[in-house]
Design a protein around this ligand. Structure first.
Ligand code: NAD
Ligand code: UD1
Length: 344
C-alpha cells in the first residue's frame, strides 16, 4: 500500500453516507489522510464517529454543501488534495421523478461547483460514483461498459449528464485523471457491525428493507412481481458487498496514478440473484422468517441486471470477493446491533 499512501490527502464528498463512510474506513486503514465534505442531508455525523472508532484514526469533517462555492474555495485553499472521491449526491429514484429540479441542482450543479474548485486549485484526479442505472433497461446480459446508455428516470439522467460533463472536461485538459465507476447493487456492512446503511425513511431498496423486516421494524416484504422471465419469476440483480466496492475505488486510484485520461468501469460481481434467493439467504443468516407478499411489478424495474466485470478485473486488477451469504451476515450484524440505525 506504500504507493497509495504516497498519494497524500483525499477529499471524500458524501463521506458521511453509506458507501462514503465505508470508503473512509478503507482509506484510513490504507494510510491515507482523509477530509470529508458532507451536508448531512441524508446522513448523520454519527457515521463519522463510527469510522473513527473502528479505525482508531481521525479524519477532518467539514459540514458544508457541495454547491457552496465559497465553502469549497476555503476548503481547497487550506488543503492540497491529491484526489477527490465524489460520492455526494441524492439517490432516490422516486423522489427524483417527483422533484427533478432538486436532483439536477444537487447532483449536477453540485458536481459543477466541485469541478470548478478542483480546476482552480489544480486538483485533477477524480473518482466518480456512477451507477448501473445509466444503462436503463438493457436488452443484453451481462452488461458491459459498451452497452448503450439509456437512463429512464431523472436520477439516472443526473448520473449520465455528469459522466458526459466529465468526458468533456477531460477532452479539453488531458491532465485530468478521471475514473467513472458504475456500481451495481451495493449491500453489506462493515464487519464490526458498527457501520452500515441507515436509510432516513422506509427503505426503497431490497436489502435494507429485508433487514428492517427481520429486526421487526417493518411487518413484511412486498415482492414486486413474480412473473418476470427469470428462473423463479422475481427480479434478478448483481448485489455487491460494500467492502468490495470500496476496494474497487482503491484500485481505481492506483490505476489513475499510471493512466491519465478517463476510464469507465463496472463494479459488480458478475452474478445475478433473485429477490427470493436474497430473502432465503437473509433468513439463513439471521435465523428469522421474512414474511413476503407478491404484489404488482414496480414501474421502471428491469427483469434482470448484472455486470460483466471483466474490464475492472483486467484493468484495475480488482474483483469482488464476498458472496451473498457474507453480505447478509454483515447486514444482519449491523441491523441487530443498531435496530434504529445511527439514531439509537
Ligand atoms: P448516501 O445518501 O448514503 O450518501 C450520500 C451522501 O452525500 C450523504 O451523506 C449526503 O448527506 C451527502 N450529500 C448529498 N448531497 C450533498 C451536497 N449537495 N453537499 C454535500 N453532501 C451531500 O448514498 P450512498 O448509497 O452512500 O451513495 C453514494 C453515491 O453512490 C451516490 O452518488 C449514489 O448516487 C451512488 N450510488 C449509490 C448506489 C446505492 O445503491 N447505494 C448505487 C449506485 C450509485
Ligand atoms: C434501484 C433503482 C436504481 C438504483 C438502485 C440502487 C428503481 C426503479 N431503481 O434499483 O435506479 O440505481 O436501486 O440504488 O428504483 N424489490 C422488491 N421489494 C422491495 C424492494 C425491491 O421486490 O421492497 C425488488 C425489485 O423489484 C428488484 C430487486 O428487489 O427486483 C432490487 O431492488 P432495489 O434494491 O430497489 O434495486 P434496483 O431495482 O436494482
Amino acid at each position: 500500500m506504500s504507493e497509495l499512501s504516497n498519494m497524500g490527502e483525499i477529499l471524500v464528498t458524501g463521506g458521511a453516507g453509506y458507501i462514503g463512510s465505508h470508503m473512509c474506513v478503507a482509506l484510513l486503514d490504507a494510510g491515507y489522510t482523509v477530509t470529508v465534505l458532507d451536508n448531512l442531508s441524508n446522513s448523520t455525523s454519527e457515521s463519522i464517529a463510527a469510522v473513527q472508532r473502528v479505525t482508531n484514526r481521525t479524519l477532518d469533517f467539514v459540514a458544508d454543501d457541495l454547491r457552496d462555492a465559497g465553502a469549497l474555495a476555503r476548503l481547497f485553499g487550506r488543503k492540497r488534495f491529491a484526489a477527490v472521491l465524489h460520492f455526494a449526491g441524492l439517490k432516490a429514484v422516486g423522489q427524483s421523478t417527483a422533484d427533478p429540479l432538486a436532483y439536477y441542482d444537487n447532483n449536477v450543479v453540485g458536481t459543477l461547483r466541485l469541478l470548478e474548485a478542483m480546476t482552480a486549485h489544480q486538483v485533477r484526479t477524480l473518482v466518480f460514483s456512477s451507477s448501473a442505472t445509466v444503462y436503463g433497461i438493457p436488452d443484453v446480459m451481462p452488461i458491459t461498459e459498451d452497452s448503450p446508455p439509456g437512463p429512464i428516470n431523472p436520477y439516472g439522467r443526473t448520473k449520465f449528464h455528469i459522466e458526459q460533463i466529465l468526458a468533456d472536461l477531460q477532452a479539453t485538459d488531458p491532465a485530468w485523471r478521471i475514473s467513472i465507476l458504475r456500481y451495481f447493487n451495493p449491500v453489506g456492512a462493515h464487519i464490526s457491525g458498527d457501520l452500515g446503511e441507515d436509510p432516513n425513511d422506509v427503505p426503497n431498496n431490497l436489502m435494507p428493507y429485508i433487514a428492517q423486516v427481520a429486526v421487526g421494524r417493518l411487518p413484511g416484504l412486498r415482492i414486486f412481481g413474480d412473473d418476470y422471465p427469470t428462473p423463479d419469476g422475481t427480479g434478478v440483480r448483481d448485489y455487491i458487498h460494500v467492502d468490495d466496492l470500496v476496494e474497487g475505488h482503491l484500485a481505481a486510484l492506483r490505476y489513475l496514478e499510471r493512466h491519465p485520461g478517463l476510464a469507465i468501469h463496472n463494479l459488480g460481481t458478475g452474478r445475478g440473484h433473485s429477490v427470493l434467493e436474497m430473502v432465503r439467504a437473509f433468513e439463513a443468516a439471521s435465523g428469522r422468517t421474512i414474511p413476503c407478499e407478491i404484489v404488482a411489478r414496480r414501474a421502471g424495474d428491469a427483469a434482470e441486471s448484472y455486470a460483466d466485470p471483466t474490464k475492472a478485473n483486467r484493468e484495475l486488477g480488482w474483483r469482488a470477493r464476498h458472496d451473498v451469504r457474507r453480505m447478509c451476515e454483515d447486514v444482519w450484524r449491523w441491523q441487530q446491533r443498531h435496530p434504529q440505525g445511527y439514531r439509537a
